[in-house]
Write a protein that binds this ligand. Sequence first.
Ligand SMILES: Nc1nc2c(c(=O)[nH]1)N[C@H]1C(S)=C(S)[C@@H](COP(=O)(O)OP(=O)(O)OC[C@H]3O[C@@H](n4cnc5c(N)ncnc54)[C@H](O)[C@@H]3O)O[C@H]1N2
Ligand code: MOO
Length: 547
Amino acid sequence: MEPRTAEAERSAEAERAAEEERTAEELRAAEELRAAEELRAADVERAVEQALALVGRQAQAAHLPPDRSDETGGSARPDGPARPNGPARAAGSARTGGPARPARPAPPAAPGETSGANGARSGAPVPPGRPSAAPLTSTPAHRARATPWSEARALAERLGRAAPRAAHRLPLDRSLGHVLAEAVVALTDLPSFDTSAMDGWVVAGPGPWNVREGEGLLAGRGTAEPLPDGEAVRIATGARIPVDATAVIRSEHARTDVAKGMLHGTREVVPGQDIRPRGQECRSGDLLLPVGTLVTPPVLGLAAAAGYDALVAVPRPRVDVLVLGDELLTGGLPHDGLIRDALGPMLGPWLRSLGAEVTGTRRLGDDADALREALTTSDADLILTTGGTAAGPVDHVHPVLAGTGAELLVDGVAVRPGHPMLLARIADGGPYLVGLPGNPLAAVSGLLTLAEPLLRGIAGRLPQDAYRASVREAVQGHPHDTRLVPVVHHTDSVVALHYNGPVMLRGIAAADGLAVVPPGGVRSGTEVEILDLPWASATPWTEGCFT
Ligand SMILES: Nc1nc2c(c(=O)[nH]1)N[C@H]1C(S)=C(S)[C@@H](COP(=O)(O)OP(=O)(O)OC[C@H]3O[C@@H](n4cnc5c(N)ncnc54)[C@H](O)[C@@H]3O)O[C@H]1N2
Ligand code: MOO
């Protein structure tokens, strides 16, 4: 080893000391993080119990969690190594409705904390027992309080499932779009009798056959008297097969000798050919469709075929849409700082495609009283608000919720765009409320993160398996939060689309899905979860246009 100079020794010593200090600091931080996580997990469990108690699923009265501001506030290092929404967890937990695991809403804010991922509204009233407002910034403490994306979705679905709409017996013509609350079990064999699959001749035994006189057998008409060996009779598709018949010969595969009254097959005749045997599709009592099936047009057809006049189904959840913002125009070009309302026209149809019944879309401007009135008089299952979730001077959602005694169940989600989104329950067993941020793509993010799983739960729709696809190119991630990025499927991968900023709808309008990009981003070829949009891409694939 070469002799070191005194200066080099000193500098190496200083470096070692600094390194030791860094290590000690890291250990302290990791310990703080672990402790904060444990406390948070306990709080969260209680919050879930409260939430379920709220919807009447827990016999036990709800208890407010103890005030832990001194323990949780700012102590968690959200960028530390054990973040709960790190890539591995995000990937594994995205399966909607999978095995129930403890969902984790953001714990109620504690004194000294702000009440949103986004911070609180300065000077805003706060819910009982909540802190006063603090400056709105994106500090590590705020990030630590935001509910991880997959947990927010799981909680929304669980809460929805705990508050299903009552099932009704509905005539078939009023059941479309509802969800089966009773299984469809075959009330008859299908087909309910042996049936001819073709127009032609029904024959018994080997040919040639004597042709029986008369109009033959038609669907829904004619007797099905036994057919002795050596005889043939005309038959139409759907007519009953006579007892003892052995095959149907299509008209084009037979010739008749009119003079002799005989029928000759022009091809080999296989016993049973072109006969649909009774019960081929189902036997009476067979399960045809399970509880949770969405009533689609073919479901209506199958139910009718199987003997049903009505179905027992959960009606569509009802949703009130409230569009907030004085700056919004409903027609014409933007002018004088006013802009077009992009969410009003979008949300109603989107909600309908998610199976909801939209009771109305109302534009309330920035009027806190109108908002309070709308929240406290709604008889919908879900109220969806747009805008006003942050801490601006006219952002009324948090203060009005607090003033009406609503329970904040999720207050900020660790997702971009859309992190100020929130989920609440209006007091006294009122509707759920999902607050969508005003930036349009952030609103889409809130719709798919909170409203879609909640509605799926309320409607009793079957959980869907998450599916994954690989990204064609690397996708940049947020350092701490999940990102939702509009993508389009192309050949065997998905391509992230440009124009995906929080105020932009250009990317999503060309997309057929949203990629769930874990914190830190993904390399080219990585498989990520995809949230399908309820329609195929509306825009033809054009390389370079959006990509
Ligand atoms: N100091 C901070 N300010 C903001 C933060 C933050 O962390 N600190 N977060 C930003 C993020 S992220 C979002 S998202 C928005 C959420 O704000 P609000 O939910 O309160 O929404 P508004 O302020 O009402 O509107 C935001 C933006 O969106 C436009 N908007 C609203 N409604 C519509 C609509 N129906 N159609 C089209 N555009 C709409 C509105 O004009 C604003 O430009 O807060 C950030 N601020
Ligand atoms: O969450 Mo804001 O969502 O980025 O626009």
